[in-house]
Design a protein around this ligand. Structure first.
Ligand SMILES: Nc1ncnc2c1ncn2[C@@H]1O[C@H](COP(=O)(O)OP(=O)(O)OP(=O)(O)O)[C@@H](O)[C@H]1O
Length: 298
């Protein structure tokens, strides 16, 4: 499928320093990509460049073929900032209706969208009385309004309770299903692990990873954790034989390199007089993030 957002060797310099260094990234329609990186890695800068709020010092960005900041690009892009702010004195319905008129889509979808983001009951209250989560939902309703080709979400779940976070990701899934390419900058690794198709990691302005979780796991070669439950009385011997670590009672934990995993599993599975059960935990995004986002030698 043709990419709807292409970032080709994008560079940005600030105060003599490269805050983005030849970053290339592309999103296809309907793709959900997580943009990860430590504080100051360049995530917001990249979003600002896509929005045309700041200028590139090198490279090129195209949204549906258009330059950032052009009318065509603006119409194709929606943005949800981390701390979304609205007119406090307007009601949610007023605010969304205003956006709808500005976006040229008319006010017909407003009531349905407020319902969709769980704000139907609060629609006629002033935004000044909304919680952070409610303002975030209103921001998301605004994103949904224009059926954008590209949606940029900066820390969309920060400050939200667990249920609201899940609901927000359900709405993000719907956005992707309607064909919107979604780029989510986040520090919430567990969430994006389950709810995005691809992971991009920035480290000090350079893109150091851009792939599916499975491929990144493969590339990183991080160990899989095996937890073996030993039969009664066999745990100490098993731990001593394998060099594993005893954990809560009858279990032993072992780290296993990807290339040795199958052989180890076969060996332990055959030890029927010693081994009762084997649980396997592949590397999580948290481990991969640590691997890719951290400085070498840090
Ligand atoms: N307006 C600015 N003027 C000068 N330097 C800036 C400006 N905005 C950002 N920077 C610098 O650019 C670098 C990247 O910042 P950016 O805000 O893009 O990081 P980020 O990955 O979004 O961080 P966070 O996770 O904290 O939001 C940082 O070193 C930051 O200090």
């Amino acid at each position: 499928m043709t990419d709807i957002l292409t970032i080709d060797s994008a560079s940005k310099r600030r105060a003599g320093q490269l805050t983005l260094d030849a970053v290339s990234l592309a999103l296809a329609p309907g793709e959900r990509v997580a943009l990860l990186g430590h504080n100051g890695a360049g995530k917001s800068t990249l979003m600002k460049l896509i929005l045309g709020l700041t200028r590139l010092d090198g490279g090129a960005i195209r949204i549906a073929g258009a330059r950032p900041g052009s009318n065509a690009a603006r119409l194709a892009t929606a943005f949800l900032p981390e701390a979304v702010s609205f007119h406090k004195s307007l009601t949610g319905r007023d605010q969304l209706s205003l956006f709808a008129r500005l976006a040229g889509v008319g006010t017909a979808p407003v009531a349905g969208l407020l319902e969709r983001v769980g704000l139907a009951d609060a629609a006629d209250r002033r935004i000044g009385t909304y919680s952070k989560g409610m303002r975030q939902r209103l921001g998301l309703a605004q994103v949904l309004l224009g059926k954008p080709a590209v949606a940029l979400l900066d820390e969309p779940t920060s400050g939200l309770d667990p249920l609201s976070r899940q609901e927000l990701y359900t709405i993000i899934d719907e956005l992707a299903e309607q064909g919107t390419a979604v780029l989510v900058a986040s520090h919430a690794l567990t969430e994006v692990e389950a709810r995005t198709d691809r992971i991009a990691i920035l480290r000090k302005g350079r893109l150091v990873a851009n792939d599916t979780l499975a491929s990144l796991s493969h590339k990183a070669g991080l160990p899989t954790k095996l937890r073996i439950r030993a039969r009664q009385g066999a745990a100490d011997r098993f731990a001593a034989d394998t060099g594993g670590r005893r954990v809560n009672g009858a279990s032993i934990e072992l780290s296993c390199a990807p290339e040795a995993k199958m052989e180890q599993l076969r060996r332990f599975a055959a030890m029927t007089d010693t081994v009762e059960d084997i649980e396997m935990t592949p590397p999580r995004l948290e481990d991969l993030y640590r691997h890719f986002a951290q400085e070498e030698g840090a």
